[in-house]
Design a protein around this ligand. Structure first.
Ligand code: ADP
Length: 456
């Protein structure tokens, strides 16, 4: 309904523009033709009158009877009494009115002759009279005569102008309708596509070839639709992953508690230890999910303060000393001399670093090296965690920061791998206005880089 009315509105707009243009042109042409043509005809008839009067004088050597001659020549319209006033006034050579126009009387003497207004009539070198053309108001002009060829000519011109204006309007209407349809077609397609998406077919794409604003709109729509489908898919995947990760420890705990309450098993410290570990796993998972959902909502509480980065890395290295020794891996720190203090929540960044270091230790075999480094760029400090471990397959690399994403190698899951570690690291770093990225060469190790803004 709305789109149909848009087509109508556009068509009407085009029609209005065409119509007003044509009407304006028609009026202008009509007016100009009329005035120009009247002047042209008037000039012609005035010249003819001057010639005829001269001939009259030459023939009769006097102005006597000129009035009868003129009325005879020009018919009843200029009758003595009533009828049209004469379009001119004729004086003889003594400046006495012979034929009066509307401003003068018969036999009136005109003392002072304005040379601009009175045309001398010369016959054989002598002035025999003077002629003055009456200035008429428009519409009063006695020529052209009704039904004269001139009038016919004018009305034909007017008809032609009218017809071309009509033609121009028809073309404007046709083009307007066509153009309006072409313009609104992509909008129709987009509307249909939005309705399809609204009905739940996420990811539906619309094919709009237009390379204009509507084309851009269609591209954005397609992008949005694809994003919606992806988000929906990952939401489903995440729900399934959460259910799966909750089920495993829960079923262990349930199995034991049922057997205990049925009296099929009697409790033992080992059993309680397993149950406790599974409960801890559940707690960790729930805590991770809570952190992620707070970060998503932008409500992660951050206790920001200026922090010495070198000290932070030393603390981390210290905390993992035991694990490092157990694994037989070397842990180095390479800290640049001039690292400024960075505003951050040190506990949260410690959490991120801890996550990256334990990943590095997990995927680096004995004999390998893990290096914690820093680099200073303008207004930014980079923290790097480099390992000489297994590396990350190129196919996994773009996905490792996604929630519940676990690389192929770790499909045979270890208990403390939730696939949430890097997702949480990313959320926490981004909550600090920073970025985190990974680079890796499969088989040669990986390097994770955290970039944090230094601030003012
Ligand atoms: P998880 O809790 O399973 O370790 P993460 O989000 O921390 O989940 O990591 C996601 C995946 O990224 C891991 O399953 C692993 O395949 C890969 N990964 C992370 N860090 C490293 C690393 N240092 N070396 C090799 N692979 C890594």
């Amino acid at each position: 309904m709305i789109t149909r009315s848009l087509t109508l509105k556009l068509t009407l707009a085009f029609l209005f523009v065409g119509l007003s243009g044509a009407a304006f042109m028609a009026l202008l042409v009509q007016y100009r033709t009329q005035t120009e043509f009247e002047r042209f005809v008037l000039d012609n008839s005035q010249q003819a009158l001057l010639d005829n009067l001269r001939i009259y004088y030459e023939t009769f050597d006097s102005w006597e009877g000129v009035d009868y001659w003129y009325f005879h020549e020009n018919g009843q319209r200029f009758a003595h009494n009533g009828g049209h006033p004469l379009p001119f006034t004729l004086l003889d050579n003594t400046q006495i009115v012979v034929l009066p126009g509307p401003e003068y009387q018969q036999n009136q003497l005109i003392d002072h002759l304005d040379v601009k207004q009175w045309i001398p009539l010369d016959v054989d070198g002598a002035t025999v009279g003077y002629l003055h053309f009456t200035t008429f108001e428009r519409g009063d002009v006695p020529v052209p005569l009704p039904a004269s060829p001139e009038e016919d000519f004018l009305s034909r011109i007017n008809t032609a102008v009218g017809l071309s204006a009509l033609g121009a309007t028809a073309v404007a209407l046709l083009l307007g309708a066509l153009l309006a349809r072409t313009l609104t077609r992509p909008i129709h397609q987009l509307t249909a596509a939005t309705q399809i998406v609204a009905k739940g077919e996420l990811g539906h794409q619309v094919e709009v070839k237009a390379r204009d604003e509507l084309g851009t709109l269609a591209d954005s729509f397609n992008q949005m639709s694809a994003d919606l489908a992806r988000t929906n898919q990952s939401r489903r995947q995440m729900t399934a992953d959460i259910a799966h990760d909750l089920r495993t420890p829960l079923s262990v705990i349930l199995g034991y508690t049922e057997a205990l309450s049925d009296g099929k098993l009697s409790g033992s410290p080992d059993m309680y230890a397993v149950m406790h570990k599974e409960a801890q796993q559940l707690q960790r998972l729930i805590e991770d999910l809570r952190t992620l959902s707070l970060a998503d909502a932008g409500e992660l509480p951050l206790n920001i303060r200026e922090t010495n980065v070198a000290e932070l890395l030393e603390q981390i290295a210290h905390a993992y000393q035991v694990q490092v020794q157990e694994k037989g891996v070397a842990l180095h720190t390479e800290i640049a001399a001039d690292v400024p203090d960075v505003p951050m929540d040190p506990d949260r960044i410690m959490q991120v670093l801890g996550n990256l270091v334990s990943n590095a230790l997990r995927y680096t075999p004995a004999g390998g090296t893990v290096t914690l480094g820093t680099a200073v760029q303008e207004q930014q400090v980079q923290l790097t965690i480099r390992d000489t471990g297994a590396g990350i397959a190129a196919a996994d690399l773009p996905h490792i920061f996604e929630r519940f994403y676990r690389g192929e190698k770790s499909r045979s899951q270890q208990e403390d791998e939730s696939g949430l570690g890097l997702a949480i690291a990313k959320s926490l770093v981004e909550a600090h206005g920073g970025t985190i990225s990974a680079a890796s060469q499969s088989g040669e190790g990986s390097v994770f880089t955290i970039t944090l803004p230094v601030g003012e």
